[in-house]
Design a protein around this ligand. Structure first.
Ligand SMILES: NC(=O)C1=CN([C@@H]2O[C@H](COP(=O)(O)OP(=O)(O)OC[C@H]3O[C@@H](n4cnc5c(N)ncnc54)[C@H](O)[C@@H]3O)[C@@H](O)[C@H]2O)C=CC1
Ligand SMILES: O=C(O)C(=O)COP(=O)(O)O
Length: 409
């Protein structure tokens, strides 16, 4: 009977931010029962206390896994981001600690694109302000400032998974689609790439942002970009709150340069549903404010739970790192007759030779060996006779440059 190096009930999964129950079910089906589940995000001492004895942590966009937090998580083996964005994790620090980070790169793509389509229609019809007024007893029955989306131009900033999906849906409504991206992209449908952001903004009736949070996107959309837009155009941001300068947007709404906006993400977001949402955009009737729910649909969350929990269980069970965002990717076959060892090391010359030498001196036969590297780390997976596995693990621990090593029976 195969036995895991550490009993599965001793492997602790810390799941935060109310990840979908499908994640719990997948882990339980894989034999993992030590699951600590929190509905909200954790930060500060609460986070460091909860994570310090966790082998795996599952988060969404809110929990900040900084280098400092990761360094205190001494037992941490892997991280699962139950979402698309991974900017909330210090990916380099995790890599150097030998911790792969997984995400769900397209499970909620469609949900975001659908929300944005709805918002484009609502904004162009002036519905947010009419609805707000009606709630106060008002009645703005007028066509003034209400437009069909047909024939209008949608400008997409960041033409990746979400941007392309949005472009296709917008075209089915009769919109013209232009996009700006730092990479050369294949335009889908009849979309066209415009190399100059200012030029794209000048053409667009509505602009929607779909870039990741990176140093290059920090505040990339501010006063100058708003100024470059058409008079009375609309802005949508469901990417990250750091991408748009919120004060500049509030000013452009006040001056009526911008006729309306739909904002789903904010520079500072409440930690849980019990905390107050604060923003300079509160109070504008023509702004749709949503609590970072672009990817929050039952379908998306259910699929994300299955996908990311599956990746964590697979890494725990057999060492596979396929689709890790910060780690050498190794796809591993099932193993039966042998024991499997994982070795993560600093990527410097000669480590594999040292491992092979140490094994050869101890008469340990290597049945299979897989190696992948990034510029900074190497990940070797080896299979040896089960009778020699404990000795092999000892040898691996002694190799200079070792970051982490693990034995899977
Ligand atoms: N509101 C929500 O609930 C959700 C928000 N998101 C956010 O949406 C972002 C985009 O998601 P995907 O489309 O899946 O990502 P992706 O990686 O497929 O596409 C991003 C695109 O942005 C481009 N890009 C990067 N830097 C740029 C820059 N400075 N200027 C112009 N283009 C730039 C890239 O070349 C790429 O084509 C995620 O990183 C995440 O932060 C994702 C899902 C849900
Ligand atoms: O997938 C993403 O990147 C998102 O922004 C969704 O975040 P969430 O899981 O809703 O906290």
């Amino acid at each position: 009977m195969a036995k895991h190096s550490l009993d599965k009930d001793k492997i602790k999964f810390l799941l935060l931010e109310g990840v979908h129950q499908t994640a719990v079910e997948v882990l339980q089906r894989a034999g993992y029962t030590n699951i600590e589940y929190h509905k909200g995000a954790l930060s500060g001492d609460e986070l460091t206390n909860a994570i310090k004895d966790a082998h795996f942590v599952g988060i969404r966009s809110r929990t900040q896994l900084t280098a400092e937090v990761l360094q205190q998580a001494e037992k941490l083996v892997g991280v699962g981001c139950f979402c698309i964005g991974t900017n909330q994790v210090d990916l380099k620090a995790a890599e150097l600690l030998g911790v792969p980070v997984f995400n769900a790169p397209f499970s909620n793509t469609r949900s975001v694109a659908e929300l944005v389509i709805g918002e484009i229609i609502m904004l162009m019809r002036g519905i947010p302000q009419r609805s707000a007024s009606a709630h106060r007893g008002g009645w703005i029955k007028s066509a003034k400032g209400s437009y069909e989306v047909r024939g209008k131009t949608l400008g997409i900033i960041g033409y990746g998974h979400i941007g392309t999906q949005l472009g296709i849906l917008a075209e089915t409504l009769g919109m013209r689609v232009v996009f700006y991206d730092i990479e050369d992209k294949l335009p889908l449908g009849n979309a066209s790439q415009i190399r100059s952001l200012a030029e794209m903004l000048a053409q667009s009736d509505v602009v929607s942002l779909h870039v990741p949070e990176t140093p290059s996107t920090q505040n990339m959309f501010g006063a100058a970009e708003l100024e470059a837009m058409k008079q009375g155009a609309f802005v949508i941001n469901a990417s990250r709150g750091t991408v748009v300068d919120i004060d500049a947007l509030a000013a452009a709404l006040s001056s009526e340069k911008i006729a309306g906006a739909a904002i789903d993400v904010f520079p500072v977001e409440p930690k849980s549903n019990d905390d107050e949402f604060q923003s300079p955009l509160r109070g504008f009737d023509n702004v749709i404010l949503t609590p970072h729910v672009g990817g929050s649909t039952e379908e998306a969350q259910e699929n994300i739970g299955i996908e990311v929990a599956g990746k964590l269980a697979k890494y725990s069970d057999n060492g596979s790192t396929v689709s890790a965002v910060n780690f050498p990717e190794v796809s591993l076959p099932q193993y039966h007759e042998t024991s499997r060892l994982l070795h993560i090391h600093n990527n410097r010359p000669g480590i594999l030779i040292k491992i092979n030498q140490a094994f050869s001196e101890k008469g340990i036969n290597i049945a299979a060996q897989y190696l992948q590297t990034t510029p900074d780390i190497g990940y070797v997976v080896m299979e040896v006779n089960t009778s020699q596995a404990a000795e092999a693990l000892e040898q691996l621990k002694g190799i200079e440059g070792t970051i982490r090593t693990r034995l899977l029976y």
